[in-house]
Design a protein around this ligand. Structure first.
Ligand SMILES: Cc1cc2nc3c(=O)[nH]c(=O)nc-3n(C[C@H](O)[C@H](O)[C@H](O)COP(=O)(O)OP(=O)(O)OC[C@H]3O[C@@H](n4cnc5c(N)ncnc54)[C@H](O)[C@@H]3O)c2cc1C
Length: 378
């Protein structure tokens, strides 16, 4: 049985970024590392967007960035200048190629294309079983998401689910310089439903019909909504170039409580997805850095603790959306109407002071949050 210092089960965003940071630190060159995943991670299986203040370490592979954004609902349209922030987009394929290209130079790191079926932390080592082989390691980094864990817990669980079409229209209908974060003018049908638009030119965009809700829809319902949206933009004549779909867990379930001395859960499987928004890329840049710093010092992953006051704020929003799913539009509209995007970004990045937190929370409908707070406390 082959033994490694470190095994990564799953080799997507969080695993690759953590390994990238280990290589950059130069402190793990003498450690044997293997990443196990049945997928070769070569296709463009997703696009990641995130906001960032100024320049950043992933700019070299950013496909596009925008400096302004729309927030829209039935009663108002707000175009916001984002400076000093930029909204950046990275294609999955570009990220995989870049990081794997760098890892390929490292003789101590290998990839194995197998499906993991089980792993166990034993007193001697961690045992990992794939469909065809078994391996042991000192430390395991798991990014295989188990949906049953949050589903069976007491924590409210919603999904951020969407289908997106990369479209090319005959007429110029998009404002190429501004993304649409949320367009709540689409019928809500008792849920939190919005359109998210990333324009690449006046005639090209990714148009994504997105819900924060309990249950996924039939494919046809997402697609009808995108078609209707394009018609409303006066664009009957369009071509669908590519499609993407996703379902991202939104939950405050404490994934880190499943860490053991030698097994750490990372990525969405480790709670690195921001519960109130589904955004994961930016959190992963931070969490992977913290994890590698911890690895240089600590040995016991149960000591990696992740709860802070922002976890509590997220849990309040999820409580509301779980019980009153139709309220999302009202909450996000009030937030974007009353607070500048820079403050909202800082808050969602968990970098605000307590006084700034209150400004953002105060921008939201107070009654809903006070009720959720009282219910949570008592
Ligand atoms: C279409 C889409 C768009 C998204 N857009 C954004 C965005 O714009 N901004 C943002 O911040 N977040 C976004 N996200 C959310 C989040 O950033 C991604 O889901 C991100 O890839 C999560 O990283 P991860 O490492 O947790 O999981 P993944 O990147 O999914 O990696 C997990 C890996 O585990 C592998 N695996 C699964 N089962 C096994 C098994 N049995 N054995 C071995 N390997 C296995 C998978 O093949 C996969 O490679 C998006 C998600 C999707 C799906």
């Amino acid at each position: 049985m082959k033994h490694f210092h470190y095994i990564f089960t799953g080799s997507g965003l969080s695993a690759l970024m953590t390994v990238y940071r280990m290589v950059v630190s130069g402190k793990f060159d003498d450690k044997s590392i293997v990443l196990i995943d049945p997928d070769t991670k070569e296709s463009n299986d997703r696009t990641w967007c995130f906001w960032e203040n100024g320049t950043g370490e992933w700019d070299a592979i950013a496909h596009q960035q925008w400096d302004s954004a729309f927030f829209i609902d039935n009663s108002f349209t707000k175009k916001m200048m984002l400076a000093p922030y930029h909204y950046k987009m990275i294609r999955g394929a570009d990220f995989y190629r870049y990081v794997k290209g760098m890892i390929a130079q490292q003789p101590n790191i290998t990839f194995v294309q197998q499906k993991v079926i089980d792993f166990t932390d034993t007193p001697l080592h961690v045992l990992v079983k794939t469909e065809t082989e078994s391996y042991t390691c000192n430390k395991l980094f798991n990014s295989i998401y188990n949906p049953m864990l949050p589903a069976k817990s007491k924590y409210p669980l919603l999904q951020q689910h969407f289908i997106g079409w990369f479209v090319k229209t005959k007429k110029p209908v998009f404002e190429a310089d501004a993304v649409t974060f949320m367009d709540f003018s689409v019928p809500q049908k008792g849920n939190t439903r919005f359109m998210y638009v990333l324009p690449f030119s006046e005639t090209e965009a990714l148009v994504e019909y997105t819900l924060f809700s309990h249950n996924l829809l039939e494919t046809q319902e997402y697609e009808n909504a995108i078609h209707q949206y394009l018609e409303n933009l006066d664009s009957n004549d369009y071509e669908v170039i590519e499609k993407e779909r996703g379902s991202i867990p939104m939950t405050c379930y404490p994934f880190w409580k499943n860490n053991s001395k030698n097994v750490v859960h990372i990525g969405s499987a480790g709670g690195w997805t921001k519960a109130s928004t589904g955004y994961t890329f930016k959190n992963t840049t931070k969490k992977s850095e913290e994890l590698v710093a911890f690895l240089e010092q600590g040995t016991d992953f149960t000591k990696l603790h992740q709860k802070n006051r922002f976890w509590f704020y997220d849990s309040l929003l999820l409580d509301i959306l779980y019980k009153k799913n139709e309220k999302g539009g009202t909450i996000f509209s009030a937030m974007f109407r009353n607070a500048p995007p820079q403050l909202i970004f800082k808050f969602l990045d968990e970098e605000t002071t307590f006084a700034q937190d209150l400004k953002v929370i105060w921008a939201c409908p107070k009654g809903l949050f006070i009720k959720a707070l009282v219910q949570r406390l008592f």
